[in-house]
Design a protein. Sequence first.
Length: 136
Amino acid sequence: RVIERAVTIAKAEDNQKAQKLESFFHSGQDKEIRDRTKIKNFVSTLGEEAKKKLVDYLKDPSKNEKPINVKQYLGHDRGKKTKQSPKILRVNGIISKLITEIAPRFKDIAGGYTRIFRLGNRRGDSAELALIEFSR
């Protein structure tokens, strides 16, 4: 129910929608990932296609297209000629993704943006599991 309301707010023609959406997510802001190890960990969480695009972009930003989830990339330290991995990667947070990618997909639809599949209970602590996906 929460994401349905968040998508409806993101679709609105409102300059204040980012501020309104902050109440839905505890960490929806854009992220700045520093340190080579943390960047590698972030890349490992992506799907295969997104991972390949990001790795290619990080290897040579001048020759490869910037992935949609990347805001800014600050590579090697200036003045030093080393072959180290990138130092700072800025990526879109949940709110930016919701406003720029997800909400436009549903601009002509009045509601029913998600599907929920109940998966049963988890072994161990018996917590209820569900798979939630966007319907379109």
